[in-house]
Write a protein that binds this ligand. Sequence first.
Ligand code: KG4
Ligand code: ZN
Length: 332
Amino acid sequence: MITLGIETSCDETSVALLSNGDIVANEIFTQALHSLYGGVVPELASRAHLNKVDILAESVLRDHNICPRSLDCIAVTDSPGLAGALLVGISFALGLHCQHGNKITGINHLEGHICSLFCANPDLSCPFLALIVSGGHTAIYRVDDFARYTCLGSTVDDAAGEAFDKVGKLLGFPYPAGRAVEQEAVAAAPGPAIPFPVARCAGQRLDFSFSGLKTAVKYYCMEKGADWVAQNRAEICFSFQKALVDSLARNLLLAAEQTGIRTVGVAGGVACNGELRRTLNTIFGDKISFPPPSLCTDNAAMIARAGYERLRRGMLRFPHMSPSLGIEQQRA
Ligand code: KG4
Ligand code: ZN
């Protein structure tokens, strides 16, 4: 069974091919132009997807000798994301579907991130906990099966990647700043971290909050002054990263204790972060899995995998554009 995946929800145009669930191609084009503006400009993102998606799809199909008519299913991200950007991918997928009569399904982007865990670890068995940490989302899901997700907690304000990007911008790094902040943190002098506070949600709640951490870094920098900040950028990055990673680790551990589930997968762009990987590996050992970076950041292979899972279960659904989350889940 051949599945074509299309992802255009934010600033990555990506097209992937799967054969029976195995990745044959996963082409990702990252729109670098947004770094000029310090963040994603929705209208520019839509135009850039428009310029790229057909070229990328044609080259992926040509390189693998696949004729569009022979695709068993087309899977396209239809929510959540930037409306115009999603529309480009959905319209392109619908165009192929109308022309060649292939089956088609809409995919929730977060379900896609969860499915990147199936791509990366064939031995992953349900139930498991999925920590999704990206530029737009931060949440812990209990995954009982494909399409059976329960949200145990999510951010009440900024996403983890958004916090990396905003703190990075404050310190002069171009967007997206997560990787640069991590690299800068490596150069921090040994010694105790600056004790940046991270808000904790009351009691046993598993929600996250990162906007206070971002503001704490901002006020700390204002108080210390530009010269001091320039000389101590590595220490600030290290301390911010530590505070954020500790908060993610704390809630994930709490989720494992509350549910009794020790098997964990981490997905989304922030899952590339080495400090997060080291910290969670120490806690969960061989029970935790991380996809490789090409499956952590936005990519179409995870969307195609979700499509393949829907196809073989008879769960295809026509693409729609919904402002709601759309993921079939319960809130714990
Ligand atoms: O999953 P993704 O590609 O897009 C969304 O669905 O949002 O995640 C992008 C986010 C950005 O905020 C980026 O700064 C962050 O992932 N990121 C990182 C690292 N690599 C990417 N954050 C921390 N450390 C990294 N190494
Ligand atoms: Zn994403």
